[in-house]
Design a binder for this molecule. Structure first.
Ligand SMILES: Cc1cc2nc3c(=O)[nH]c(=O)nc-3n(C[C@H](O)[C@H](O)[C@H](O)COP(=O)(O)O)c2cc1C
Length: 381
């Protein structure tokens, strides 16, 4: 992190403000918004910030170590990058920027099925360390082919998404005419003209497309037809019958993302998942949802049977420490890293990871907590 960038953007909210200035409104709102009345997105961050930690100053303490083990792998910090769809729409080349930064800092990068970089490229940039998030395809042959490609690319972890049985109701995206994929209305085009850096980079890197899905997408579809194709191709509604063949076929670690209830946690254990990500999709699907930090509390008792990770609403090193102290094995953030890439382009991934890691280490040093796994000892119950 160069000192100039460090002093101008020392927090995720600084990066968010900068991103807001650089992106066309429809792209920023797609990234930033929740669903319905934004209750869930606000609740996630508000409730995680109610968690309080207690320092132990008089202990003989040297320095903290942020190394963390999850799913049998060692990482340099207990946080990684959540899968985000359509990243190239928000900032051109952003999945490449974030994958490279994750690799440099030895933290996990999860590639979305519906983002603008393909599995093979993600694997190349991360030396085979990228995790892959799967939206369950309707067609078994497509599902098997994607799994084969993830395996051939060396992905260590397949992350199956369970929290999109239907698309979230997002008023901003409806107002902006933004569907999956986006519509280029006159209003959107005028917004683009006001954001020259975004327009220049979009021209440079070309129109974003769903790279991983290209082999299954008929050629020559217009944007509307492509949207209909996506609806036909994926079935977000999961059950044991759909999950079993995935578990049988995938030899690596299997993680269920979007878990928000104790019963689904128990089912995930029975179905042979290695881990879950307690997540409500960053408050984008169910506005009446419980915050993920509160969902987590009901699930930590299963921590010896399945590795429990969390995302949604974390925006800082202290938030990561709060989640880890509350019993999470690992954390992820979605928007925070995208704000960083959108704000600072090629330097954004590196800066955001360094900054969050610095913030997290400061909390551990301040608590006089030497090891990440000891954070629960500092939780005020
Ligand atoms: C713009 C956007 C697109 C997303 N797309 C996906 C996706 O394609 N697959 C997925 O599993 N989760 C997706 N998510 C959810 C994230 O993986 C993650 O759960 C969420 O961003 C965490 O909340 P946070 O943004 O508050 O950190 C998306 C989130 C955002 C903000």
């Amino acid at each position: 992190m160069t000192s100039e960038i460090c002093s101008r953007y020392p927090s995720i909210s600084d990066l968010r403000e900068k991103a807001k200035n650089r992106l066309p409104q429809f792209a920023f709102e797609y990234l930033d918004g929740g669903c319905n009345e934004d209750v869930s997105i606000i609740r996630n961050t508000a409730e995680i910030r109610e968690v309080q930690l207690q320092p132990r100053y008089l202990r003989n303490f040297g320095e903290s170590d942020t190394q963390t083990k999850v799913l049998g792998m060692e990482f340099d910090a207990p946080f990684g990058i959540s899968p985000v769809g359509l990243q190239g729409l928000m900032w051109p080349n952003s999945p490449e920027i974030l994958a490279k930064a994750a690799q440099k800092h030895n933290v996990p990068f999860i590639l979305s099925s519906v983002t603008t970089m393909g599995i093979e490229r993600a694997s190349e940039l991360t030396e085979g360390k990228a995790w892959f998030q799967l939206y369950n395809p309707v067609d078994d042959a497509v599902r098997n082919d994607i799994i084969d490609r993830a395996e051939a690319a060396g992905c260590p972890v397949l992350v199956l998404l369970c929290d999109v049985p239907t698309f979230g109701y997002r008023p901003r995206d409806i107002r902006n005419g933004l569907a999956l994929p986006p519509k280029m209305s006159l209003k959107n085009i005028l917004q683009i003209l006001g954001k020259p850096a975004w327009a220049y980079n979009t021209l440079k890197y070309g129109q974003p497309t769903f790279e991983t899905l290209k082999p299954y997408t008929p050629e020559g579809l217009n944007l509307k037809q492509l949207g209909q194709f996506m609806d036909r191709t994926f079935s977000g509604k999961l059950n044991a019958e759909k999950i079993k063949p995935i578990r049988d076929k995938w030899k690596g670690k299997l993680v269920l993302k979007g878990v928000a209830s104790e019963q689904d946690t128990k089912d995930a254990i029975d179905l042979g998942f290695d881990g879950i990500i307690v997540s409500n999709h960053g408050g984008r699907q169910l506005d009446a949802a419980q915050s993920t930090i509160n969902s987590l509390r009901e699930m930590t008792k299963y921590g010896d049977q399945i590795e429990i990770m969390i995302d949604s609403g974390l925006r800082s090193g202290p938030d990561i420490a709060r989640a880890m102290a509350s019993g999470a094995k690992f954390t992820f953030m979605g928007r925070s890293f995208m704000y960083g890439a959108a704000a600072l382009g090629n330097k954004g991934g590196d800066h955001t990871i360094s900054m969050v890691k610095t913030q997290f280490k400061q909390v551990m040093d301040q608590l006089c907590c030497g090891r990440v796994e000891d954070l629960p000892n500092h939780l005020i119950k």
